[in-house]
Design a protein around this ligand. Sequence first.
Ligand SMILES: [Zn+2]
Length: 248
Amino acid sequence: MIFKTDGLVIREQTTGERDRLITILTRENGIVRAFVNGGRTIKNKNSSATALLCYSHFSIDKNQKGIYSVREATSKEVFFNLREDIVRLSLAQYFAELAYELSPREENADEFLRLVLNSVYLVCENKKDLGIIKAATELRLLTLAGYMPSVIACESCGEYETENMFFSSFSGKLWCEKCKPTERTVKISIGLVSAIRHICFSQPEKIYSFSLPKDSILALCDLSERYLKSVTSRQYKTLDFYKMMTEI
Ligand SMILES: [Zn+2]
């Protein structure tokens, strides 16, 4: 059976001497792993459109054993400028790893794909603070995957806002000044609470449209990353690499 779909290549591995196995975040079928036969040879016409972080139109064959292989691929966006900057490239690779971790298999993943594509596009364009793009991508992906932090109101009394509030990066819950629990929380400004609410609830095209002072962006990045690691219970090699690159 052959089906056609758009998708972003989020992982690539080599198999054998000539073939590659790629993982694609597709619009209609979520995450799909497919072989690119002869994909390691330069002459293969599908090579460039099946490279990591290429957004392409695919024609994919699923055989009777359930194994997928790419029949044809035509690139729609290769994010060329990413290749010029190791920091931005490593952040985009981190988004690819996150997409692999959180996106659905065998079901529609339109919103996931749109989010990751927008994020990679913004990183590539370099017109927006990378910290904002990173935190927005993490929190919105978690929201799409069913792990939205509980930030509508204070967990105990339902208070919508106090000047400062308290957030647990372990549970993703929020408390007001009066109800601050004994469990470990970080104190965050109401401006930061509003930014988190915006990321989780806004229309897809407006997710990144907010600004914060530099120190609040750092706080947002820190809590979003801690919450992500708490929910998914794992470390991310690409994140470690990105952070190493930003510290140089
Ligand atoms: Zn309260």
